[in-house]
Design a protein around this ligand. Structure first.
Ligand SMILES: O=C(O)CCC(=O)C(=O)O
Ligand SMILES: [Fe+2]
Length: 310
């Protein structure tokens, strides 16, 4: 999208067009086909929400959940979502059905079972409800694309035989309140701020697809990653949620710990990629090939400092 498109969007937004305000606001929030100007973006989204635009109400709910451009407030977030649902918006109605009628104990997290202290590896049963898992799979399904890995030789990321599955990444503006509740639950479970979370990735493995043994920490010995380590920081924690369990194979294995895990729908697995501040090579792990059926996984990488809005 060229600069002139942004200009015309800006003119319509400034003239009070609710759709233009939403569209421009969303783009400015993350710098997608527009300058990166989150505070201005939040203002346009709010202006659109005041005109009851259903998409803007839902994005405002996300911003209220995160405290971007406004105070962090779960109750307000849920009210904004409900207003979109009251207009009959399908996506809002779906979220209300998943979250329930109020926040209640949405942020209460189940007990964790510690399997290893170093590297720290923990699991939790029923971290998410089956309806939340189904919702997230439904949101990701239309957007699946080949998964990528970081390229140690050239920098950047590309498709590679190490990782044959498909997946999708949720930009902030594509998330919803269900996902923000999940992010908040993860933050509470691992004791790290939501702001340190990379965008959620949803992984999808058909029979034979796999994620071969790898580390999630950023290798400090690789020249191309040195800059990234300085600017975005290290990946301290990996948090996986098994979104379904009607498949065979596909366990997450840790060859150096001689341990593997295959969650039931909604179960979570968290592991700390660093031990006492240093990358721990015992965290080598793999998503083994699915042999029958399809595996869906929610994958979250957490950094040691805030991640820029994407
Ligand atoms: O598919 C799996 O079980 C592992 C996924 C994984 O290693 C990751 O998302 O970093
Ligand atoms: Fe991994």
């Amino acid at each position: 999208m060229s600069g002139s498109d942004v200009t015309s969007l800006q003119q319509r937004a400034n003239a009070g067009d609710a759709r233009a305000q939403y569209e421009l606001g969303a783009r400015l929030l993350v710098g997608r086909n527009a300058p990166f100007a989150p505070q201005d973006g939040a203002r346009f989204v709010e202006a659109s929400a005041r005109q009851q635009d259903a998409d803007a109400l839902q994005l405002s709910a996300v911003l209220a959940a995160l405290g971007i451009g406004r105070a962090q407030d779960w109750r307000e977030a849920f009210d904004l979502l409900r207003r979109a649902a009251e207009q009959g918006d399908e996506r809002a109605l779906g979220q209300v059905a998943v979250i329930g009628d109020g926040f209640g104990n949405q942020l209460a997290i189940p007990e964790q079972f510690i399997h290893f202290e170093a590297p720290r590896v923990a699991t939790a049963e029923s971290f998410l409800s089956e309806t939340a898992c189904a919702w997230i799979m439904g949101r990701a399904r239309p957007h699946l694309d080949a998964a990528r890995i970081k390229n140690a030789e050239a920098g950047g990321a590309n498709v590679h035989a190490v990782r044959t599955n498909t997946g999708m990444g949720f930009s902030l503006i594509d998330t919803d309140l269900v996902l923000q509740v999940v992010h908040a639950r993860i933050a509470a479970a691992i004791g790290q701020p939501v702001a340190n979370q990379e965008p959620t990735n949803i992984l999808h493995y058909t029979p034979g697809q796999e994620y071969r043994p790898h580390y999630d920490f950023i290798d400090p010995g690789v020249v191309h990653f040195a800059r990234e380590l300085q600017t975005v920081g290290q990946r301290t924690v990996t948090f996986l949620i098994y979104l379904n369990d009607d498949y065979e194979g596909g366990a997450t294995t840790f060859p150096r710990l001689d341990w593997s895990f295959k969650g039931k729908t909604g179960d979570a697995l968290a592991f700390w990629n660093l031990t006492e501040g240093h990358p721990d090579t015992r965290t080598l792990h793999a998503g083994t090939p699915t042999t029958n059926g399809v595996k869906w996984l929610f994958s979250k990488w957490v950094r040691d400092r805030p991640v820029p809005l994407i």
